[in-house]
Design a protein around this ligand. Structure first.
Ligand code: NAD
Length: 490
């Protein structure tokens, strides 16, 4: 486990199976539930990134030659090790992100499940590398091979550390790729721990490398000449920068970006169930979810009753440190809290009405919950105009807007009137209506009367400004492969 000493910076590079210090200035990792420093980690310069990519180039030669059986065995060993060390990994997630225990448990369980799923895919045919293509000329036979794309840069954000990395690393390894991971500069400790697990699981040195650093480190990695593919999760603005730099060399990209998702509640929905889905859709992980359903559309006949219950539910939630049995953890940083607060103030200035939480005291000095950490009480807003920043922009904090609708088609139009298209939730007792609305939503995933469950078996990703490509499932592996056709005499 990480040495939490603040005097000596932890090595921030894992290259060819060894820990090294980067030449960049060390960064300080903060526990967001106390605002106190918990570790220092050295960071990578462009030269360090070059060394990491060089190691991955060598690692690729070894790894792409392994059998699927061998890859599956290593992935299963990683899953087993995560399970075996789950208590300390849960404690680490709680400390680095301030997550309540039940949220940290879900993260660690999800990371293990992802490695286990791809371990199984290696042996059950889902990752199969070669398929026959039938040709019209009987004198010839055709084959299509799914080959590893090459060295991949895996760049991830801070809201679900280790999970987001697992979603990329497990399929990349199954596909036969070597990687350089760049964790978020705010939460590098989970990925540092994951490197120890990967090495102990017998993945050869050089196949999985890591560089700690901020945006410059990410940009140096993403634009590196020997990186064949960038798999990026983060903000839409940074994803656009990655896509622009990738254009020069036609580098492959997968982008999992921001969202402004809708939850639609019809008047036949069981009200308490709908409120629970809306509460968790907006406030799980303190609202720091790309899939946050922060635009809630409610059928007019039940709108007022729904809002009343959602406000009561939000008021009953406790924001606090993980050890205090709080139901909502802090935001990740002071910068993030100020950003969320500034967006909320702008939204209220433009006419939104806040009914609870931080929004009731946006201008006041007592605007945040106490405790020293970056807490932000869950906030429900109504009277939000469709051009209001609270309706249009990703807030990435616990702020939800509720708006009434009068017909199914109006609800669909309002839900789709967004620059983003990641997910949607539909709540209705009418199964046919659920299917119709799911088909009409311009997004990558729809939950009907279901919480935001994500399974490694089902795909993840969005349309419009929410990104490009899909993670998880068999599509997650194909995203790390290139097609090669071979034609030869029969
Ligand atoms: P961010 O874009 O600031 O940073 C994400 C990662 O990219 C970090 O590691 C960062 O250092 C790096 N980075 C930043 N600029 C870069 C650049 N120009 N080139 C290369 N790397 C760069 O995002 P964040 O604040 O860490 O995370 C929040 C954002 O992530 C939100 O917008 C959220 O919606 C999005 N997100 C999306 C998904 C999804 O699956 N769609 C999941 C989680 C988070």
């Amino acid at each position: 486990m990480i040495n939490a000493s603040l005097e000596t910076a932890h090595a921030g590079l894992f290259i060819e199976g060894e820990w090294r210090h980067g030449a960049g200035a060390p960064l300080t990792v903060i526990d967001p539930s106390t605002a106190l420093p918990i570790a220092r980690v050295s960071t990578a310069t462009a030269d360090d990134v070059d060394a990491a990519v060089g190691a991955a180039v060598k690692g690729l030669r070894v790894w792409r030659a392994t059998t699927l059986h061998e890859r599956g065995a290593r992935l299963a060993a990683i899953a087993d090790a995560i399970d075996a060390r789950k208590d300390e990994l849960i404690a680490l997630q709680m400390r680095c992100n301030g997550k309540p225990r039940f949220e940290a448990e879900l993260d660690v369980g999800d990371a293990a499940a992802t490695f286990r799923y791809y371990a199984q895919c290696c042996v059950n045919g889902l990752v199969e590398g070669i398929e026959t293509v039938s040709l019209p000329d009987p004198a010839l036979t055709g084959q299509v091979r799914h080959e590893p794309v090459g060295v991949c840069a895996l760049i991830v954000p801070w809201n679900f550390p280790m999970v987001t990395t697992a979603w990329k690393l497990a399929p990349a390894l199954a596909a036969g790729c070597a990687v350089v991971i760049k964790p978020s500069e705010l939460t590098p400790l989970a990925e540092i721990e994951l490197m120890r697990i990967v090495a102990a699981a017998g993945v050869p040195a050089g196949v999985v490398n890591l560089v700690v650093g901020g945006r410059d480190t990410g940009a140096a990695l993403a634009s590196h000449r020997r990186v064949a593919k960038v798999s990026f999760t983060g903000s839409t603005a940074a994803g656009q920068a990655v896509m622009r730099s990738a254009a020069d060399r036609m580098q492959r990209v997968s982008l999992e970006l921001g969202g402004k998702s809708a939850l639609i509640v019809f008047d036949d929905a069981p009200l308490d169930d709908a409120v629970e889905l809306a509460f968790n859709g907006a406030f799980f992980n303190a609202g720091q979810m790309c899939s946050a359903t922060s635009r809630v559309l409610v059928a007019r006949p039940i709108h007022d009753a729904f809002v009343e219950r959602l406000v009561a539910r939000a008021n009953a939630a406790t924001a606090g440190a993980p050890d205090d049995d709080a139901t909502i953890g802090p935001l990740i940083s002071e910068t993030q809290r100020e950003r969320v607060r500034a967006l909320l103030v702008r939204g209220i200035d433009d006419g939104a009405r806040s009914l609870c939480g931080e929004g009731l005291a946006t201008a006041g000095a007592d605007a945040v919950a106490d405790g020293g950490g970056y807490f932000f009480r869950p906030t429900v807003c109504v009277g939000v105009d469709m051009n209001n920043v609270l309706w249009r922009e990703e807030i990435f904090g616990p702020v939800v807007s509720v708006h009434p609708f009068d017909s199914e088609s109006e609800a669909i139009d309002l839900a789709n009137d967004s620059d983003y298209g990641l997910v949607a939730t539909v709540v209705t007792a009418d199964a046919a209506r659920g299917e119709r609305v799911a088909a009409a939503c311009e997004v990558g995933l729809v939950w009907i009367n279901t919480p935001q469950l994500v399974f490694p078996q089902a795909g993840w990703g969005g349309v419009k400004r929410s990104g490009l490509g899909r993670e998880l499932g068999p599509w997650g592996v194909r995203a790390f492969q290139e097609l090669k056709h071979v034609i030869r005499p029969a």
